[in-house]
Design a protein around this ligand. Structure first.
Ligand code: AMP
Ligand code: GLY
Length: 425
């Protein structure tokens, strides 16, 4: 099979690495990819949201399957774009329809979906631009802290946790009346704060059957001990110690099953990943959010633990045969440490040469924001490289990832040295 993978981050590097090992894969193309994905396939200079260019490329190269990494093309309707076009409708696209992608594309849609299907989540109210006064009054009686969420996609910046009512009112005003996040904040979800430990659960769904992937924990804050600004994710571990079978049973019964049954009942076409962001509140799981793709950097910890042929699983997704498959998981611990550009998640510079990538053993170096410039590998984003080690001993996996994170060099490099440490026994 010829496969086109869309995206350019660490998640796509991990996917490309895994897909390239598949017996089913003849040729792998990555659009646009990064300096690292070239080791696993051929990069193509096409944006992941340029549907017409993607279509032409698929026809030219006789592509059989498109794997969608990021949410943007999904929320913009790439699955429907392929399904509605005779020339490319035969190509399997791994991802939900536009309607399904609303689970991530609209927080209000996803909250209403959870409410309809009795899925545990934080209590909430949604306010539109015309309901600012009502929203402000609602804040008067809200417990603290108050969580405000822009309804639409806001590049991971649309969630605010306000410690006092004045701040919450001010932010609600900025979001609704002054379009702080543009279109995305025309509606705002005001939500109860959940206190607990977060966890990312991943499911593959084929419109009928589901398969649960290894879970992971993401470290979102820039600073050690979970301080400072939120980022796309500074590291991850898999498995997650507290996600024992009793907890995961609750997740499956109360969240995964009602979610897939809800999708079936509402006839939402969904053949792809469901990423459930959960909060463990005293042993009880609550949904923080749905995403309609894999997580980044969770993928860099999760994919190396999957022993199945990933393309074989994707084919089963496309043909609604997931019931024939079993997840085969490597029991080792995976630890991913993300190297980021100095200044990230605020302003940062690109184009820094990356060196000391040699002599790395028993550890994956998944490129994220990198590109080749004049024969050199240089940084090309905030999150630059994900380093993943696996070991039967979690501490050893963490030690190796930290060692190589230290070794790899570029000007301004920063990484968290405490990934996974909070959950050590
Ligand atoms: P999201 O963009 O929905 O993933 O939210 C970003 C982050 O905000 C989450 O990863 C949580 O750490 C935090 N968050 C979101 N909603 C809540 C909530 N209801 N209670 C506590 N923290 C939350
Ligand atoms: N690591 C969180 C995300 O991919 O959204």
């Amino acid at each position: 099979m010829n496969i086109l993978l869309l995206g350019s981050g660490g998640r796509e590097s991990a996917f490309a690495w895994k897909i390239s090992q598949s017996e089913e894969c003849e040729q792998l193309f990555i659009a646009p990819g990064n300096a690292g994905t070239q080791a696993y396939g051929q990069n193509v200079d096409i944006s992941a949201t340029d549907f017409n260019a993607i279509k032409s490329f698929c026809i030219e190269q006789d592509i059989n399957m498109v794997v969608v990494g990021p949410e943007d093309p999904l929320v913009k309707g790439i699955v429907d774009f392929f399904a509605d076009d005779e020339e490319i409708e035969h190509i399997a696209v791994i991802g939900p329809s536009k309607k399904g992608a609303e689970l991530e594309g609209s927080k209000d849609f996803s909250k209403r979906f959870m409410q309809r299907h009795n899925i545990p989540t934080a209590a909430y109210e949604t306010f539109t631009k015309d309901e600012l006064e009502k929203g402000l009054a609602y804040l008067d009686n809200h417990t603290l802290p108050i969580v405000l969420k822009a309804d639409g996609l806001a590049a991971g910046k649309g969630v605010l946790i306000c410690e006092n009512r004045e701040e919450a009112k001010n932010e609600l005003r900025l979001m609704l009346a002054e379009a702080k996040f543009g279109e995305a904040s025309q509606k705002v979800v005001v939500e109860e704060f959940l206190s607990g430990i977060e966890l990312s659960v991943f499911v593959l769904f084929d419109n009928f059957n589901y398969l649960i992937l290894p879970e992971a924990k993401d470290y979102k804050r820039i600073g050690e001990s979970d301080t400072g600004l939120n980022t796309g994710g500074m590291g991850s571990i898999s498995p997650v110690p507290f996600a024992n079978s009793a907890f995961m049973e609750k997740v499956e019964d109360r969240i995964i099953i009602p979610t897939v049954e809800g999708l079936i009942e509402e006839e939402i076409d969904y053949r792809g990943f469901i990423f459930i962001g959960l909060m463990n509140v005293n042993g009880e799981p609550f949904v923080i959010e749905y995403n309609v793709r894999m997580g980044d950097p969770e993928t860099e910890s999760v994919v190396p633990r999957i022993e199945n042929d990933l393309v074989d699983l994707f084919l089963a997704v496309a043909e609604s045969r997931l019931n024939e498959k079993k997840m085969i998981t490597d029991p080792r611990h995976a630890a991913t440490v993300m190297l980021v550009a100095g200044g990230y998640p605020g302003e940062y510079e690109k184009g820094k040469e990356i060196t000391s990538l040699e002599n790395i053993e028993y550890t994956h170096v998944f490129h994220a924001g990198t590109k080749v410039l004049d024969g050199k590998v240089v940084s090309n984003g905030g999150r630059v490289i994900a380093v993943t080690s696996l070991d039967i001993d979690k501490e050893e996996a963490l030690r190796r990832s930290n060692q190589y994170a230290e070794q790899i060099q570029f000007e301004g490099k920063y990484f968290r040295r405490d990934i996974g440490k909070d959950l050590s026994v």
